[in-house]
Design a protein around this ligand. Structure first.
Ligand code: ZN
Length: 502
């Protein structure tokens, strides 16, 4: 065995250990959300903290740095997959070792303090009690940006953790263009005399009916129940321990026929991505997506483009009627699809429709950039938030619970995360346009309940790549264009003008 091969094997062995610790922590996190009794929280926090510091210590060990340096110097002698592994691992290693242990510890304390204060403050709409904790986090995020290093805005150093290679300078014009076009579309749709009927949607809709129907949809999408499971949790999410163990959760709402179902399609979109990495990437950093935006493109493509389309319901409506006997006999596809795509400016991001959704993101992006660049003081966040909701969505924010305290992200110091949701929307439309060129009959297939062609195309063009390419490279290679907004705007205009008869 050559020295090179030995070094590669040694690196893979160490990465496997780090991966296993991460996967074990994910199982504990999943259990915490789904099954853990409330009194277990304290011990669980300690267990998770032990696993994460152990994983961090193993990964940032000088021996790993030495192996990476030696292998990187001979990268041209490595097979392409191994060269990508060394490149990606070195990227992670360099970033992890730039933050001193003392900073990591202090930041993690500030995060858990921020989260605890926010949990108390949100129900009471009490910004003033959250403000000092958030100010500390913002100060530390500036410190983090300086430690990580950046060109341009300090925001870029944080954005890099979630959407590698993306910058505030690139997002600003993209989002400005989206804001103008989506705002105009919202205004036209709200003014249309043809509004959706919502009288028939009142619950209760039984858990049993919702679960039975959902399972059929997940099976049609290709979710492998032998390599995953679906459990109830306070919030829907997808978690991957291995390509052969990818789980999703749902939150049942008796009063809402669609929220759990759309959540299932969303999480299943994430799950299909994680189930689709090549097995040879197992237990290495290549077994993942290159950014959150591209991961989100999969969930949004399935949930919104497929799940809220007319062809999808022309196949699945009879099964939905079967799950709720006698309840939906008078509801036709057009009524259902229009109801499911109701557009209405609202205060809460997670409840927003497709046409207003990006406006919520743009508001957060603008505030975060100003905070990081020192142009906005933490004390002025509520006023700035409310002014932007008035400007972009025409809404008066009645209290901070439904305003700047609504999201969990800032309480945990997650700044730079939000743009990935909007990028997921843009990528989803670009990918679906390319998919339609490759499979011109795709909507006929959907209308026949055959969703496998979509999954297979996504698997070949996105999932199987893992982290061997960046997100912009995946988009460019799959669609022929760089990430851009036109496909998404075209998608929204075509779909919603038809639904609202404009
Ligand atoms: Zn998602």
């Amino acid at each position: 065995m050559t020295n090179l091969q030995q070094q590669l094997d040694d690196l893979k062995f160490r990465l496997g250990e780090v991966h296993d610790l991460g996967a074990a922590a994910s199982v504990l996190n999943w259990d915490q959300s789904c099954y853990m009794p409330p009194k277990g929280a304290r011990a669980r926090g300690e267990q998770l903290s032990t696993l994460s510091s152990l994983a961090h210590r193993l990964f940032t060990a000088p021996a790993v740095g030495g192996l990476l340096e030696a292998l990187d110097a001979r990268r041209d002698q490595l097979a392409p997959g191994d060269a990508a592994l060394v490149r990606e691992t070195r990227y992670d290693y360099d970033r992890s070792t730039r933050l001193p242990e003392d900073f990591v510890r202090r930041f993690s304390e500030a995060q858990s303090h921020g989260f605890n204060v926010w949990m108390e403050a949100k129900p009471k709409s009490d910004w003033k009690s959250f403000q000092p904790a958030f100010a500390t986090l913002v100060e530390m995020l500036r410190e983090k940006a300086a430690l990580l290093g950046h060109t341009g805005s300090p925001y870029n150093a944080l954005l890099e953790d979630y959407e590698r290679g993306m910058t505030a300078e690139r997002l600003r014009p993209l989002f400005a263009d989206l804001a103008v076009r989506q705002k105009a579309l919202v205004e036209a749709l709200v003014a249309s005399p043809h509004q959706p009927r919502l009288d028939w949607t009142a619950g209760p809709w039984s858990l049993e009916g919702q679960t039975r129907f959902s399972r059929g949809v997940l099976e049609a999408m290709g979710y492998d129940f032998a390599a995953g499971r679906r459990d109830a949790a306070p919030h829907p999410f997808c978690t991957c321990f291995d390509v052969d163990d990818v789980r999703i959760t749902y939150r049942h709402d008796e009063d809402d026929l669609f929220s759990a179902l759309m959540g299932d399609m969303h999480e299943c979109g994430h799950a299909l991505y994680d189930m689709g990495y090549p097995v040879e990437f197992r237990r290495t950093p290549l077994c993942g997506a290159p950014g959150l935006g591209i991961h989100e493109s999969q969930s949004r493509l399935w949930e919104n483009i497929v799940g809220r389309s007319r062809p999808f319901w022309s196949h699945f409506l009879p099964a939905l009627r079967g799950a709720f006997p006698g309840r939906l006999d008078a509801i036709d596809e057009d009524t259902l699809v229009h109801s499911l795509n109701e557009v209405r400016p609202s205060l809460i991001r997670v409840e927003a429709d497709e046409v207003t959704y990006n406006l919520h993101i743009i508001i957060r992006f603008e505030l975060e950039v100003d905070l990081m660049e020192g142009k906005l003081a933490v004390a002025d966040v509520p006023d700035a938030w409310n002014a932007k909701y008035k400007h972009y969505l025409g809404l008066d924010v009645p209290d901070h619970r439904r305003g700047c305290l609504q999201d969990i992200h800032w309480s945990e110091g997650m700044v730079g995360y939000f743009p990935t949701y909007a990028l997921g929307n843009l990528y989803s439309a670009q990918l679906f346009q390319a998919l339609q060129r490759a499979i011109p009959s795709v909507w006929g297939e959907v209308a026949a309940g055959r969703l496998g062609g979509i999954r297979d195309w996504l698997r070949a063009n996105v999932h199987r790549i893992g982290r061997t390419k960046t997100a912009p490279e995946i988009i460019r290679d799959a669609t022929g264009s760089a990430p851009e907004a036109t496909a998404y705007i075209q998608y929204l205009e075509t779909k919603y003008r038809a639904l609202y008869r404009l």
